[in-house]
Design a protein around this ligand. Structure first.
Ligand SMILES: [Zn+2]
Length: 346
């Protein structure tokens, strides 16, 4: 029987390196792939090898100055871009390969070769802005894929759901005036958390007003809270928007065991969220859904959560979570509904 899920990965992703002791390290992907092999994941999903994105793909999103900056610094042997983001001689090529991985994930779904796909890539991308790198990101992989698909397949409605612990500030920068991308980011409250932006009142500009959706959540936000937000706010929003494609940016730094955030998802929560996004994709996009990896720094939590995600994509497991949302989450959803009912039928 034909497989419905593609996993995109390249061994060269392990070549990219930050400074010694940096949390964004090659073991993040190596551990996941090993766990997948141990659990027979590739019996139910195909493993595909990507090619690097072309410079023209990057230039749909980034300025020439930014692309040249990463390229030239790599060619010159590397250096520090920001306090947390370093360039080494391989960075330019591997960052293009990372964006190319997400493009391939999009292509195999849009060409109906697979129903869903998951790009297991590094370096991540969602903090990279049009003209700057940062937060371990160089090129905005997910945005490069979206602009590529929009041009090739004439897509007009794409829904992004980013549930990395950190706000997707780069994606926000790129699509802030664009009503063709409903850009939803659930993240720890940025008042006291990187990147210090992604507030509920940042909702887009001009034609894009109402199409940037920042959902800042509190520390200890758990599986039940995420499920409540998705069912009570994101489901109605998707019903109003009617996406042609759903793109999910995964970050396992929202896991309770990841030291980077105070959020409290479990690995089962990652499976349940994947199933809910699949349900939305079935309703509006003929099942078309593309996932790609952003952050996640506890190696075990990252690998285990990725396994739950893929088992949900392939249909191998149907996990459930229990518990009630917190009062703060119910109040947050009410506030979101009030703000976004100005722009959408929710
Ligand atoms: Zn993150």
């Amino acid at each position: 029987m034909a497989k419905t899920t593609a996993i995109i990965y390249h061994e060269d992703y392990l070549k990219h390196r930050q400074a010694a002791g940096h949390p964004e390290r090659k073991e993040r992907l190596a551990e996941t792939i090993n766990l997948f092999r141990d659990n027979g994941v590739f019996k139910s999903a195909d493993l595909l090898t990507p090619k690097p994105a072309k410079e023209e793909d990057l230039l749909r999103v980034h300025t020439k100055e930014h692309v040249d900056c990463i390229k030239n610094l790599s060619l010159a042997g590397g250096g520090m871009l920001t306090l947390d983001t370093m360039v080494n001689p391989d960075t330019y090529e591997i960052a293009k390969l990372s964006a190319g991985g997400v493009i391939l994930a999009g292509e195999c779904v849009m060409q109906n070769k697979y129903k869903n796909s998951y790009a297991l890539i590094r370096p991540p991308g969602h903090h990279a802005k049009r003209n700057s790198a940062g937060g371990f990101c160089y090129f905005n992989n997910v945005s490069v894929m979206i602009k590529y698909l929009k041009e090739k397949y004439n897509l007009n409605k794409i829904l992004i759901f980013d549930f990395d612990a950190h706000a997707a500030n780069g994606v926000m920068d790129i699509f802030y005036r664009d009503m063709s991308v409903l850009n939803i980011s659930v993240h720890q409250d940025p008042h006291t958390f990187y990147p210090g932006t992604g507030f509920i009142k940042q909702t887009g500009e001009v034609a894009g007003k109402g199409y940037t959706v920042n959902i800042p959540v509190f520390e200890c936000t758990s599986d039940a809270d995420y499920v409540y937000i998705i069912k009570n706010f994101i489901f109605p929003l998707a019903k109003s928007f009617k996406p042609e494609l759903i793109v999910v940016s995964v970050g396992t730094d929202s896991h309770k065991d990841d030291y980077m955030s105070g959020l409290c998802l479990t690995k089962a929560g990652y499976g349940v969220i994947t199933n809910l996004m699949k349900e939305l994709a079935e309703k509006y996009c003929g099942g078309k859904i593309v996932l790609e990896l952003e952050g996640g720094y506890n190696l075990s939590a990252l690998a285990q959560s990725n396994l739950e995600i893929v088992n949900s994509l392939t249909g191998v497991s149907q996990v459930e979570v229990s518990g009630k949302p917190k009062a703060e989450t119910v109040a947050l959803v009410n506030e979101l509904k009030e703000i976004f009912s100005r722009y959408h039928r929710i």
